[in-house]
Design a protein around this ligand. Sequence first.
Ligand SMILES: NC(=O)c1ccc[n+]([C@@H]2O[C@H](COP(=O)([O-])OP(=O)(O)OC[C@H]3O[C@@H](n4cnc5c(N)ncnc54)[C@H](O)[C@@H]3O)[C@@H](O)[C@H]2O)c1
Ligand SMILES: O=c1ccn([C@@H]2O[C@H](COP(=O)(O)OP(=O)(O)O[C@H]3O[C@H](CO)[C@@H](O)[C@H](O)[C@H]3O)[C@@H](O)[C@H]2O)c(=O)[nH]1
Length: 325
Amino acid sequence: MKLLVTGGLGYIGSVVTHRLLDAGHEVEILDDLSTGHLDVLPDGVRLHQHDIHDVDQVLTRHAGFDGVLHLAGLISAGESVHHPDRYWDVNVTGSLRLLAAMRDASVPRLIFSSTGSMYAPKGMDTLTETDPIAPPGPYATTKYVTDLAITDHARAFGIAAASLRYFNAAGAAGRLGERHDPETHLIPLALHAAATGGTTRIFGEDYPTPDGTCVRDYIHVEDLATAHLLALQAVQPGRHEIYNLGNGNGYSTKEVLATVEQVTGTTLTIQVDPPRPGDAVVVVASADKAARELGWQPQHPDLTRIIGDAWAFHQHNTLSHPAIQ
Ligand SMILES: NC(=O)c1ccc[n+]([C@@H]2O[C@H](COP(=O)([O-])OP(=O)(O)OC[C@H]3O[C@@H](n4cnc5c(N)ncnc54)[C@H](O)[C@@H]3O)[C@@H](O)[C@H]2O)c1
Ligand SMILES: O=c1ccn([C@@H]2O[C@H](COP(=O)(O)OP(=O)(O)O[C@H]3O[C@H](CO)[C@@H](O)[C@H](O)[C@H]3O)[C@@H](O)[C@H]2O)c(=O)[nH]1
């Protein structure tokens, strides 16, 4: 297929792009480089350096795209609380522009990067796609609203669509890994602190969880990439399916930091800060639907492996920054 990956120069998009190329697809990338990195652009892949709002300039009728993998967007739950306008503009308005462009150019397939952080709290139980939605902040709201828009557009315009509700993406794929600036995610921040002797912060330790810190389901970025390939094959015209993507294992922030210490052979300096606004307490997936309907089975569920791959990436990236071939 000829595919457009929006956000293809970002963390997850770069891994997805490489897997699509490996599977024999033709890929072009739309990315405004706001948080992405040019050095992950594979040889021979065409880059359209555009804002997502201008996606219609790329998805023209004569361009002949068979599908779009839509990963471009703003991603920080904490930042979204202070700048909801930006999140609605990029994540919602940008996605609506994409849907209109797909309709106008008759592009038949869409795979969207949604989030597992939109569900109502369910204690320590795993979350299924039919559980009640209660976004904890603007970021998750923008993903939910976009999911609703996709359902309506898929039905009306015959688009074959899937929303992949990632839980916490983590790990690295060789030389492709997480390089956000500023970084807000727990694992890369802790690895950076391990490497530099800096301080790692825990946002809140009085949550109603076994050790008082938040619990998340960390899923290897390689396993997320596999799900995109499977979803592309499975989508049906006029239908929009939603899939949770996680391992079904919840790890607390303190457990993650202990694993970082084990993997890096360091003792972290840890400081406890107040809870971060917009944070959910426990977010753990049931990915039974993805297993049943897509045949998706995570290959790297072990947290030590996930953090080990991120550590290998971090070390390489620090040593030879930014020499990604
Ligand atoms: N990282 C996670 O744990 C996680 C979990 C659930 C969902 N997601 C979603 O997955 C997607 C990718 O996340 P990521 O961690 O790779 O983030 P990222 O910031 O590394 O990548 C996002 C990419 O989109 C591009 N982009 C941002 N705004 C744009 C705009 N207005 N126009 C064009 N391009 C733009 C950036 O330059 C970047 O290359 C996002 O939609 C995010 O919400 C991520
Ligand atoms: O320095 C830090 C950073 C994070 N945390 C905590 O660690 C957990 C994980 O935080 P983070 O790595 O920032 O990820 P999330 O906020 O859980 O969000 C990620 O995972 C969501 C899916 O669950 C996606 O929707 C988001 O895009 C993605 O950023 C949370 O409880 C945070 O409060 C800390 O205690 N200290």
